[in-house]
Design a protein around this ligand. Structure first.
Ligand code: PGA
Length: 249
């Protein structure tokens, strides 16, 4: 049985004090929650939020990471610096990184391998653009991003990999993929993982859905066989909307 994993991606929102308020509210509201939880604040709030979630059932995540361990990379943040702050998980290949900041599969793959090398869990985001979906290429795009993202990742490291399927046209738009459409891609990606790592690995891998997840649609999505959790953006910014998603029945 796969455990549900609900993650909040706070993107470029919240000062430290705002982040602390939200983290405090989540720690108290989710303390009896049965699923796996994560919050990913901005780099600037990692230390503040990390101190509040330490020792709780909420993991600390970062939203990105450099592909190099250290060095002359102005404006980047390294895996060593994240680990120093107690970060346990890093979101990689988010569609905003791919499409706004032009990160490609090869760069994302280097980040994935570096995160794993340092014992971090990596959430590898994949997902097609609207025009790719309309051209019937959603499966192909997700397969390529999965295969290239995981290139060179050992089977023994797969337990530290989570995949997040986030159709780009559903992110921040209020448009959610139907649970059936999302489940179909999840099933396909699970098959791709099976081809790469075998049936047991495919059965075990956690595949989150992301893209306008809200309290109203969370349980419908999560009821689908291949949807194992959610990566939540907009609705993760307030306890009133994230908590009901995180505690979905
Ligand atoms: P959204 O963002 O929930 O606001 O659509 C999801 C994400 O980008 O991870």
């Amino acid at each position: 049985m796969r455990n549900y994993y609900i993650a909040g991606n706070w993107k470029m929102h919240k000062t430290r004090s705002e982040a602390a308020d939200l983290a405090r509210a989540l720690v108290s509201s989710l303390k009896d929650g049965k699923h796996k939880y994560l919050v990913a604040p901005s780099f600037t709030a990692l230390e503040t939020v990390g101190a509040l979630v330490k020792g709780t059932n909420i993991r600390l995540g970062a939203q990105n990471m450099a592909a190099e361990e250290q060095g002359a990379h102005t404006g980047e943040v390294s895996v060593l610096q994240l680990k120093d702050l107690g970060v346990q998980t890093v979101i990689l290949g988010h569609s905003e990184r791919r499409h706004v900041y032009k990160e490609d599969d090869a760069l994302i793959n280097r980040k994935v391998k570096l995160a794993l090398k340092h014992g971090l869990e990596a959430i590898l985001c994949i997902g097609e653009l609207l025009e790719e979906r309309e051209a019937g290429k959603a499966e192909q795009v997700c397969e390529t991003q999965t295969v290239k993202g995981l290139e060179g990742v050992a089977a023994s490291d797969l337990a530290n990999i989570v995949i997040a399927y986030e159709p780009v046209w559903a992110i921040g738009t209020g448009k959610t993929a139907t649970p059936e459409d999302a489940d179909a891609i999840h099933a396909y990606v699970r098959k791709v993982v099976g081809k790469l790592y075998g049936a047991d690995a495919a059965e075990k891998i956690i595949i989150q859905y992301g893209g306008s997840v809200k309290p109203e649609n969370a349980s419908l999505l999560m009821a689908k066989e291949n949807i194992d959790g959610a990566l939540v953006g907009g609705a993760a910014l307030k306890a009133e909307t994230f908590v009901p998603i995180a505690l979905f029945a």
